[in-house]
Ligand binder design. Structure first.
Ligand SMILES: Cc1ncc(COP(=O)(O)O)c(C=O)c1O
Length: 441
């Protein structure tokens, strides 16, 4: 029986198990609907750590849809799925190549696995101030230098830039390197011809999708996908790795929400909703282009990620005006541009409000955009595994140059580190640091 059906049946049973609340909102009626289906792994329900029944079936169905060897449901976000993927593939002291624009959870994964990191710098676009693609040729020359176990990268980026995973996976396979793609922002790709192909379809060994970012599911829902073509790995190691990090009391409402999400995405209605969304975005864009609004675009760009800038106004001022005058909040802003995310649930009305606001916003004809600088290659003094729970001292910012940071500089979003513990403080970091800087003793 599906997880959804299991939860929809009235349970005619007296249960003396966790959770204690008896499926009733005990202290606040506001949460009534949360409580109703909040069971734990009681008799007849399945077990996320060793699924044999409804969870196994639901995962199998999604695996068929996504054409994977195995797909695992995750109720603690893409964060946990990435940690598990890393734990499954990386042993202590094995070399790992990581694209510098990865989410900070990859740094946590390096601490937890003991992997030895080299950072790989993706291409950049100074005009928009964003990381763009991984250059397969540059990757190939890097993989020739050392034997890496795994290459970890993000595609799409937050801003919807997709790398050529097809080429990248060929390069990785040639060099015997596992490819993990953080596809947290690409959960819709399997369901529309108007979006890029999935990382798994293009040859990645492992991918991770977040379902709450674009696919209309609840916060913390995610899946971990293992490819049919992964070599020399017993897939059970991914279950074992997930079991290290995932709760033993998974939320059934979240599990059934994952099942329902894929049922919808894979239905006619779901596919239609994605295609309509893309159509509405394209219409909005073509109208706004006549009002001095420019949109980021490139080959294979994910059009649900609306990255724009308006002539005559900085990204920060545009973001402030939208918020203060029109009650519209963007996802992320930089000096030049603003990012608006959309997905299942983004209505035409919502896009219309954005469109009307963007038309009206006042601009200053003498304002000129400037190119945005990117972080240089980091200086790694201590490996991530050596940095956790270290003794530290405070030094004045003016004396901190080339000392080893005990802290991250992490603008969020996007959660990409500008400085991680174990890295030397460089001159360009100083503007981000407080007067007292934590350095490793
Ligand atoms: C690229 C990327 N990967 C992973 C994550 C973590 O996802 P979650 O919030 O589902 O744990 C995020 C969150 O912002 C992200 O942007």
């Amino acid at each position: 029986m599906s997880i959804i059906k299991l939860l929809s049946k009235k349970l005619d049973r007296i249960i003396f198990t966790t959770p204690s609340h008896n499926q009733k909102a005990v202290f606040s009626q506001e949460y009534t609907s949360f409580y109703k289906q909040d069971y734990s792994e009681i008799d007849g329900f399945d077990n996320l750590q060793n699924p044999v029944n409804s969870i196994l079936m639901a995962q199998g169905k999604v695996s068929d849809i996504l054409k994977t060897k195995q797909t695992f449901f995750v109720v603690q976000g893409a964060t946990t799925a990435i940690l598990a993927a890393m734990k499954a593939l990386i042993k202590p002291s094995e070399r790992v190549l990581v694209a510098r624009n990865c989410h900070k959870t990859v740094f946590s994964g390096l601490i937890l696995t003991g992997g030895v990191v080299d950072w790989f710098m993706p291409e950049t676009d100074e005009k928009w101030g964003i990381y763009t693609k991984i250059d397969p040729k540059k990757l190939e020359s890097t993989l020739e230098l050392n034997q890496y176990k795994v290459f970890i990268m993000t595609s799409p980026t937050y801003e919807g830039v997709n790398s050529d995973i097809n080429e990248i996976s060929k390069v990785c396979k040639k060099h015997n390197v596992y490819l993990i793609v953080d596809e947290a922002h690409g959960a819709l790709y399997n369901f529309s011809d108007k979006l890029p192909k999935t990382a798994i379809e293009q040859g990645a060994d492992v991918s991770v999708n977040s379902l709450h970012k674009t696919a209309g599911a609840l916060n913390q829902t995610a899946v971990l996908n293992i490819s049919n073509t992964i070599n020399n790995v017993d897939v059970t190691v991914f279950q074992a790795a997930l079991n290290l990090f995932q709760t033993t009391s998974p939320s059934y409402p979240l599990l059934s929400n994952i099942e329902a999400c894929f049922n919808f995405l894979n239905s006619k209605d779901g596919k239609k909703e994605i295609d309509n969304l893309i159509l509405e975005i394209e219409k909005t864009k073509s109208e706004l282009k006549r009002f001095g609004v420019e949109f980021y675009d490139d080959e294979n760009h994910d059009s649900t990620k609306i990255l724009l800038r308006k002539n005559g106004i900085s990204g920060f001022d545009l973001s402030d005006s939208l918020f203060n005058e029109f009650n519209i909040e963007d996802e992320m802003t930089n000096q030049n541009s603003c990012l608006f995310l959309s997905g299942i649930g983004t209505t035409r009305q919502k896009l219309d409000k954005l469109k009307q606001a963007l038309k009206k916003i006042q601009t200053n004809p003498s304002f000129e955009f400037e190119n945005i600088d990117f972080q240089p290659y980091p200086i790694v003094k201590l490996q991530p595994v050596e940095t956790f729970n270290r003794n530290f001292i405070y030094v004045n910012k003016n004396n901190s140059l080339l000392k080893i940071s005990n802290k991250m500089i992490l603008p969020y979003p996007p959660g990409i580190g500008l400085l991680y513990p174990g890295e030397a403080i460089q001159k360009w970091h100083l503007t981000y640091l407080n007067n007292d800087v934590e350095v490793i003793a």
